[in-house]
Write a protein that binds this ligand. Structure first.
Ligand code: SF4
Length: 79
């Protein structure tokens, strides 16, 4: 991860955006404008949609600039 990478967390997942990798295809903006809005600051509004919908859109980023990881659940161990 480079210094310019941006992280956006909604508590469940963290979306990572790598500006150096983004090819500005606009696919995220067209697909999910409630979250990805280049006119807003910050341009990613992680509260704008559901976690599953955001994951779906992140997976469609053609350059790999968008990625996500699931945040650790605090307190409860699985199994
Ligand atoms: S879909 Fe990916 S490459 Fe296209 S504008 Fe969004 S972040 Fe950049």
């Amino acid at each position: 991860m480079s210094d310019s990478d941006k992280n956006y967390s909604n508590g469940e997942i963290t979306v990572v955006w790598k500006p150096g990798v983004c090819i500005h295809s606009g696919k995220c903006v067209q697909g999910l404008g409630e979250v990805f809005n280049v006119h807003a600051r910050p341009w990613i509004n992680i509260a704008g949609s559901s976690t599953e919908r955001i994951i779906q859109q992140v997976d469609q980023c053609p350059s790999g600039a968008l990625s996500y990881f699931r945040n650790e659940k605090v307190g409860k161990a699985a199994g």
